[in-house]
Design a protein around this ligand. Structure first.
Ligand code: M1P
Length: 253
C-alpha cells in the first residue's frame, strides 16, 4: 500500500505490452483508469522504445503530453516534461558520421543478402538517439508483422543479425535491444531506458519511490536494465490488464 504524496512517488510505464497490447492502441477503459484513478495519486511518465510519433499513434494522440508528467520516447533519449521538450540526444554527434555510415552500410548489405518469406519498405529508421533495424521493413501490414514475428521465433532472424553486428562492430560501444515484434533498436551503451532515470533523479527532484512497469524485462529485452536498476522498484507485467491489477493492489483501489 502506497502512503506517499503525489510528488513523492513516480510511476514509469513502458508502452507495448504494458499500457497497450503490442503495437496496438490504448483501450479507452484503461486510459480512464490511468487518468482518473492513478494520476491524482502519483506522478506518471512513459518510457518507450519507440519514437514520439509512434507513441501518439498508440496512446490516442498528442494529449499524452498534457496527461503524463513525463514522456520519454526512444528510451528517454528525448525528454519531455509537462509537455515541453527539455532535452534530446544525438546519435550522429555521439558516433560520428564515419562510424555511422560503416554501420548503416553493413546493415543494408546484410539485409540485401537475407532471404525472408517477404520484405516491405523502411529497413532502417534513423531516430534522434537510436537506430531501429527491421529485417522485413517497417511498412508491413499488421498481419505481416504477426507472420514475421512467428517466423522469427522459429528462425532467430533478429538474434542472428544481432550476433553478426556484435562481431563486426566489437570496437564500438553499441547495445542491441529487442523491444517489439519485428525489429531491434541499436544505441550506444548506457542509452537504454535507464537513461530516463538521469532526468528524474536530477537535483531538485525528490521521488522517494520510482516504480517501473514493463514486459520485456528478460536479458536482451528493452526493459531489462531499468527493471533491474537499484533506483527503481520493478514490476514485470504481461499485459495492460496485469498493469492495472498491480496498480489496483498498490493503491488499494
Ligand atoms: O516499444 C517497443 C518497440 O516498438 C517497436 O518495435 P516493433 O516495431 O519491432 O514491434 C519499435 O518502435 C521499437 O523501436 C520499440 O523498441
Amino acid at each position: 500500500m502506497v502512503a506517499l504524496a503525489r510528488d513523492e512517488i513516480l510511476l514509469l510505464f513502458d508502452v507495448d505490452g504494458t499500457l497497450t497490447q503490442p503495437r496496438s492502441n490504448v483501450e479507452a477503459d484503461f486510459e480512464k483508469f490511468m487518468y482518473e484513478q492513478i494520476k491524482p495519486r502519483a506522478t506518471i511518465g512513459i518510457v518507450g522504445g519507440s519514437d514520439l510519433e509512434k507513441m501518439f499513434e498508440q496512446l490516442n494522440g498528442r494529449g499524452i503530453l498534457q496527461q503524463f508528467d513525463y514522456v520519454f520516447p526512444e528510451n528517454g533519449l528525448v525528454q519531455i516534461e509537462n509537455g515541453v521538450e527539455v532535452g534530446k540526444e544525438s546519435l550522429q554527434q555521439h558516433l560520428g558520421e564515419q562510424t555511422l555510415q560503416r554501420f548503416i552500410n553493413f546493415v543494408l548489405r546484410y539485409l540485401s543478402e537475407l532471404e525472408l518469406p517477404f520484405k516491405r519498405g523502411t529497413f532502417l529508421e534513423f531516430r534522434n538517439g537510436m537506430m531501429n533495424v527491421c529485417p522485413i521493413g517497417r511498412q508491413c501490414t499488421k498481419e505481416e508483422r504477426l507472420t514475421f514475428n512467428q517466423f522469427d521465433n522459429e528462425h532467430n532472424v533478429r538474434e542472428n543479425m544481432i550476433a553478426a553486428l556484435r562481431k563486426e562492430f566489437s570496437d564500438i560501444d553499441l547495445t542491441y535491444s529487442i523491444g517489439g515484434q519485428i525489429s531491434f533498436d541499436v544505441f550506444p551503451n548506457g542509452w537504454d531506458k535507464t537513461f530516463a532515470l538521469r532526468h528524474v533523479t536530477k537535483p531538485g527532484k525528490n521521488y522517494k519511490e520510482i516504480h517501473f512497469f514493463g514486459d520485456k524485462t528478460e536479458k536482451g529485452g528493452n526493459d531489462h536494465e531499468i527493471y533491474n536498476d537499484p533506483r527503481t522498484i520493478g514490476h514485470k507485467v504481461a499485459s495492460p490488464d496485469d498493469t492495472r491489477r498491480i496498480l489496483t493492489e498498490l493503491f488499494q483501489l
